[in-house]
Design a protein around this ligand. Structure first.
Ligand SMILES: C[S@@+](CC[C@H](N)C(=O)[O-])C[C@H]1O[C@@H](n2cnc3c(N)ncnc32)[C@H](O)[C@@H]1O
Length: 200
């Protein structure tokens, strides 16, 4: 089963798997993003972060492999009277054409070789002073049942980001225990990696 089939089947159920509330770490960071700039949400799924940012006045684009997830994002954006431009592709096939004021990456879990290539594209796609913000599960999440893949190869370490981000200034990079309350998909104590980096 490829990523699209896997996520389409998850998102085909009623409701929003990770809820409609913005992720708490994105809520904590977004105020630093320059107003009236483009924000790109990678692996955005059903769109909770994209819609939140569109409502705050940002010009938002979202990429995801799941057309079912992006259709739900579209339906919700209509209800909330905002626009989000969506692109349905496997992120490994993303060929960046624009520059963004911020790029977000929440809970998309890739193999390390895929992550390395993606990080390079992210670095090249940020405007000067643009932010890259990440919240993902760490390898220690393997022992927890609050969400995320049950595959160590798809979970991250701090070094996966530290060693492969070359052109951004890292303001924050840490592994922390948090309490997630995000739909039915992310519930309870979780081990996550949080990153805030900026193009200088
Ligand atoms: C756990 S969900 C997180 C969704 C969203 N970022 C959020 O925090 O609510 C993971 C998302 O990553 C997407 N995804 C996983 N692998 C992908 C890939 N190779 N290319 C594009 N999207 C991918 C899935 O379709 C899914 O929407």
């Amino acid at each position: 089963m490829n990523q699209q089939e896997f996520w389409n089947s998850k998102f085909s159920r009623d409701g929003y798997l990770y809820g409609l509330e913005v992720n708490q770490f994105i809520k904590y960071c977004y105020d630093n993003f320059k107003k009236s700039q483009k924000v790109l949400c990678l692996g955005e799924g059903e769109g909770r972060n994209a819609i939140f940012l569109a409502k705050k006045g940002y010009e938002v684009e979202a990429i995801d492999a799941s057309d079912v997830g992006l259709n739900k994002l579209y339906e919700q954006s209509k209800l909330e009277n905002v626009e989000v431009k969506t692109t349905c592709i496997d992120i490994n096939n993303w060929e960046p054409e624009k520059k963004y004021g911020a790029i977000l990456f929440t809970f998309m879990h890739l193999k390390i070789e895929e992550l390395k290539i993606l990080l390079k594209k992210v670095e090249n796609s940020l405007k000067e002073k643009g932010f890259f913000v990440v919240e993902v599960f760490s390898k220690n999440q393997i022992e927890k049942n609050s969400g995320g893949p049950k595959d160590l190869e798809l979970l991250y370490s701090v070094d996966d980001f530290k060693d492969n981000i070359k052109e951004l200034k890292i303001h924050k990079l840490e592994e922390v225990i948090v309490e997630l309350n995000e739909g039915t998909g992310h519930q309870g104590e979780a081990s996550v990696i949080r990153l805030i980096a900026q193009k200088i």
